[in-house]
Design a protein around this ligand. Structure first.
Ligand code: HEC
Ligand code: HEC
Length: 193
């Protein structure tokens, strides 16, 4: 009796493992391609290419879905995600979310500029949605330690309505924020831990 339950257990493991192992393989291969641009350890060193480490899995899931469906229009990323299955998309998001978040740049931040931008951020409630430490959560992205060039680029795109979000939150928020303020916010957010 003990033996047969062991066998049943072993059989269940084999049946679970084979398809799962195949899927894991393809996700791992895909992940390598992704991280060639986005940074092997989750921290990007490529201009205008975001770090992905520490991003909430659900946020990644939504963005990869929007790339695949062509809702967020970036030809390169639309191509990279073409035909990805929902299961692989989910597994990929979960694997990426586990990578370490990017550390902020090692320069000494300009204290006055940081303080002014903190006030600006709090006035616009950036910290309310993105979290007190800007680590994000659920559908809201992590901003802390993100590349400054990417932050500025993507904020300008929301403002110009050329980046479609999953909802209109960012377009609404940036309505009253001018370009100089976007520059300061990107500086500030890139230097959060
Ligand atoms: C050849 C370089 C390259 C490769 C390979 C690549 N990406 Fe990207 N990815 C980019 C760039 C550049 C952007 C920024 C697009 C923009 O300007 O909005 C981006 C954006 C993203 C974003 C949005 C992140 C954010 O914070 O808004 C996600 C998620 C993402 N990529 C995931 C992936 C995944 C998953 C793969 C592999 C299937 C992948 N990328 C492969 C260059 C690349
Ligand atoms: C009402 C909630 C809310 C507020 C307030 C808010 N955000 Fe966001 N933010 C979001 C959501 C949700 C997203 C993802 C939207 C999408 O699907 O593109 C986002 C995306 C972003 C991104 C894109 C990051 C990436 O990796 O792609 C940046 C940068 C950003 N927000 C900065 C800010 C700044 C700066 C402020 C304050 C001026 C702010 N946010 C205020 C909810 C909010």
């Amino acid at each position: 009796m003990a033996l047969s339950s062991v066998w049943r257990g072993a059989l269940a493991v084999v049946m679970l493992l084979s398809p799962w192992a195949a899927a894991a393989q393809s996700v791992q291969d895909r992940l390598k391609t992704c991280l060639a641009c986005h940074g092997e350890s989750g921290q990007s060193t490529v201009p205008l290419t975001p770090s992905l480490g520490g991003q909430p899995a659900f946020f990644l899931n939504i963005q990869i879905f929007m790339f695949r469906e062509g809702i967020r229009k970036v030809p390169l990323m639309n191509e990279m995600t073409r035909g990805i299955s929902n299961n692989d998309l989910k597994a990929l998001s979960e694997a990426i979310a586990k990578l370490a978040p990017p550390p902020p740049p090692s320069d000494t931040p300009d204290a006055k500029r940081m303080e002014a931008a903190r006030t600006l951020s709090e006035m616009n409630r950036c910290n309310v949605c993105h979290g007190g430490t800007y680590a994000g959560g659920e559908n809201v992205p992590r901003l802390a330690g993100q590349r400054e060039d990417y932050l500025l680029h993507t904020l300008r795109e929301y403002k110009a309505n050329t980046r479609r979000g999953y909802d209109a939150a960012m377009q609404d928020v940036l309505h009253a924020v001018d370009d100089k303020q976007l520059v300061d916010l990107a500086y500030f957010l890139a230097r959060q831990k």
